[in-house]
Design a protein around this ligand. Sequence first.
Ligand code: AMP
Length: 394
Amino acid sequence: MDDTILVLNAGSSSIKFQLFSVGPGETLERRVRGQMDGIGTRPRLLVRDAAGAVLADRTYDPREMADASQAQDVLGAWLVGHMGGAPLAVGHRVVHGGSTHIEPVRVDALLVEELERLVPLAPLHQPGNLGPIRSILRRRPDQFQVACFDTAFHRGHPELADRFAMPDWLYEEGVRRYGFHGLSYEYVASRLPELAPEIAGGRVVVAHLGNGASMCAMVDGRSVDSTMGFTALDGLPMGTRPGQLDAGVVLYLVAQKGMDAAALERLLYHESGLLALSGVSNDVRELLASPEPRAKMALDFFAWRIAQLTGALAASMGGIDGFVFTAGIGENAAAIREAVAHRLAWLGLRLDPAANARHGPRISSADAAIACYVVPTDEELMIARHTLAVLRQR
Ligand code: AMP
């Protein structure tokens, strides 16, 4: 099949993928979505078509699929069999593009080397992202591949939003506030002119609330500030990450508790956040359903921090005209949206309860000073669009 774009979002224990067909007028239509997960533990391939019908559901012996590279081989074979050939192009989600990449770029060996050098800046995500890029480059050097970066959308930040108050040598070697979830924000920005024309050209806070959570200050569809910084640990509390943290806590854990980098990584990426606060779960669905007072406290903390950081982002923009919720929690949890709006009532954010219960798109009340929307994100479609655009520019 020669009219297909394959989108890959590869992590350390899972590979998510989608296939889009390129139609007349360069339209993109989603055909297939699937994932290979449980790599190394309980490998499973689950693939559905656009209507949700299951196309494949297979489990594998973990000895046959002990690592991501073997999983890529199995997935590659399934895809080629399903498509009857290679795709027109493959678009990859790559978490880190460093300080230079402000847009998606065609993959070649030099780029892979450059992106490898960024692994220390994103050690949990970058290696997984680069795995399939490297293996396709090795097996099918002519396959057109495009890398799409989660940092790129934020690279236009003014210097103030890009720096820590630390010595220059750290800044020069890349210790900067990059910001992440850029593909999601870029997609939301592309939807605003149609869905929310009255705020698309204005000052908007977009809250990407999913497993990872961050917020972006957007002026006229461009990012000017983000709650995420050097890594995806900054800003809002997340399922298992604490969000913004006094660096003195890390010093204390090292000096007084003898924690090394591996122990800190476990604590900060996997054992903190809503899970730690609630003692119940990292999943907002479970927290909303839980009778435990600590579950309620964790959700209050989440909404409180969203409201606090909205104030900070509004200050970065010199005001605020709109607020947008997106990603798993932002799109589905009406109670969280209500809790955030309640805390931002002083700013003029008021919801229409019926519209909020319907999940939008517009959920603010007629008398609200700030327009509020729910805009479902689609990072894979954003990657497919970029991939096709880079292919056509060739
Ligand atoms: P994402 O990373 O965007 O896929 O978001 C995943 C998170 O969204 C999950 O961990 C849940 O906490 C949350 N989520 C998904 N569906 C719902 C729902 N119906 N109500 C509340 N939270 C939800």
